[in-house]
Design a protein around this ligand. Structure first.
Ligand SMILES: *Cc1c(COP(=O)(O)O)cnc(C)c1O
Length: 472
């Protein structure tokens, strides 16, 4: 494709993008595709001869679009948001044209330096101390994996990276029962073994119980194990529970354990002054991650990972073959040594565009608005005759279900809630997902789309009520 055709098609596609965002509400939120729909229609091999771009683009609209779940839809209330915004999309367009590979300072100096400054902006925005340094990871899962590597090597005095884990004493890791599956995955991947991941019981608000944590640490020490790391979760995936960070941080300090805070979703809400008391003990954290790609209007992927002592991670991961050496080696942060892949996308640009186009006040307003919208629906559901709240609202997330009828078994109730969920999603006006609370299947309601307004919440309430009426 020559640049003249590129220019023509690029203009068409920008128009398509703007039209898409304008008419996004006409689509069902959740794709109504059936399993195999697309595969049936795709040829088995790549075309031998070139095809006209018009034809490719038509097929995109005809074949691909029906199989898309519209995450930027204002009535998307499933999972957690993965919100985006026009400034973020514009930055990604520029990045995709330049397609730089930002593994060293020299391979794109601006990418390296912008990343440094953007992490400083975010650090101050969420209220982390200035002695933390940050980098952009592809996901919170990767940040957690890296944090656990640093924790492991601190505990092993950097013997793990040299000798492996043979003959080392058994390290233990602690996280609440409600913690995200990425912790389990990281523990498996870095060779600590799932048996050595302790799941600390939670209180009735689904928060880690610090006293139980302390007991588990002491009991492991008594058995000759070596407690190494605590992963606290600020905003659990099921119900959004906020682990008591300040109490956990005190225990980690006294017990000399590495503390990683997984705030993938809820971290964005820390930009609000009213939430910053949660970070009163942040000087005691070792590692902290949150995802601007979830709730800070920056499209996937963008996970902000902060470390108090990045040296520990760098020492654990650093590689410097001669083909990567340059005159600036060691003078600028070597972000490739803070993570697993060598290649790095230029992700800082979208953060720069987003923070400048909205301003920190604009970002705060949008997040406060989401929390207020969630509050309003939460109140309506609490007062309803048909539904009940299953777990209290944390920020912009709560769970609910149908009110049980007299003597209804858990099984029957779960079946009714599942039918409610499926009816809602089939109808397509809104998209919700579920979780389980003590064996009870409940529906999650999570607000965080960039364009969600009060009227979308009214439509959501109407969709929930009409689905319930269909079931009765
Ligand atoms: C979403 C989420 C993750 C995973 O985030 P990725 O960036 O997709 O890896 C981890 N922990 C919590 C608490 C989450 O909500």
């Amino acid at each position: 494709m020559d640049t003249q055709s590129f220019r023509k098609h690029a203009h068409q596609i920008v128009d398509w993008m703007a039209d898409y965002l304008e008419k996004i509400e006409t689509f069902p939120v959740k794709s109504q595709a059936q399993l195999g729909d697309l595969l049936k229609q795709l040829p088995l091999a790549a075309p031998k001869q070139p095809e006209a771009f018009e034809h490719v683009f038509e097929d995109f609209q005809r074949l691909i679009l029906p199989g898309i779940t519209h995450w930027q839809h204002p009535r998307f209330f499933a999972y957690f948001p993965a919100n985006s915004s026009p400034p973020s999309v514009l930055a990604e367009m520029l990045v995709s044209a330049m397609a730089p590979q930002c593994m060293l300072w020299e391979t794109s100096p601006a990418a390296n330096e912008l990343e440094t400054r953007m992490m400083e902006w975010l650090r101050s925005l969420v209220g982390l101390p200035t002695n933390f340094a940050g980098t952009i990871q592809d996901s919170a899962s990767t940040a957690t994996l890296c944090a656990l590597i640093a924790a492991r090597e601190r505990a092993l005095n950097f013997k793990g990276i040299a000798e492996g884990l043979f003959d080392q004493s058994r390290l233990t890791v602690y996280a609440s029962q409600e913690v995200h599956s990425s912790i389990d995955k990281a523990v498996k991947v870095i060779g600590l073994g799932l048996q050595n991941l302790r799941k600390v019981p939670v209180d009735r608000h689904f928060r880690m119980q610090p006293q139980e944590l302390l007991k588990m640490i002491q009991s492991d020490r008594a058995k000759g194990f070596r407690p190494a790391c605590v992963v606290a979760c600020f905003g659990t995936t099921g119900v959004g529970a906020l682990d008591p960070l300040n109490e956990i941080a005190d225990i980690c300090e006294n017990e000399n354990l590495f503390l990683h805070v997984d705030a993938a979703w809820a971290g964005s809400a820390l930009i609000l002054e009213e939430n910053q008391h949660h970070l009163a003990s942040a000087t005691k954290f070792d590692s902290f991650v949150f995802d601007p790609h979830k709730w800070l209007f920056t499209n996937f992927d963008c996970a902000a990972h902060f470390l108090k002592d990045p040296q520990e991670l760098q020492r654990s991961l650093s590689v410097l073959p001669s083909y990567l050496q340059s005159a600036e080696t060691g003078k600028a942060p070597e972000y490739r040594d803070w993570t697993i892949p060598l290649g790095r996308r230029f992700r800082a640009l979208k953060l720069w565009f987003v923070m400048r186009c909205y301003g920190t006040e604009g970002l705060k307003q949008m997040i406060r608005h989401h929390i207020d919208l969630a509050k309003t629906l939460y109140e309506k559901i609490s007062e309803s005759e048909t539904f009940e709240i299953a777990s209290e609202r944390n920020l912009a997330l709560f769970t609910f279900g149908l009110k049980p009828t007299a003597h209804e078994s858990l099984e029957v109730m779960n079946e009714r809630n599942l039918q409610l969920l499926e009816t809602i999603n089939r109808e397509g006006r809104i998209y919700l997902t579920r979780t389980e609370i003590a064996g009870k299947l409940v529906l999650r309601f999570s607000v965080g789309q960039t364009t969600t307004q009060a009227r979308h919440m009214d439509e959501a309430w109407a969709a929930i009520q009409s689905a319930a009426r269909l079931l009765i």
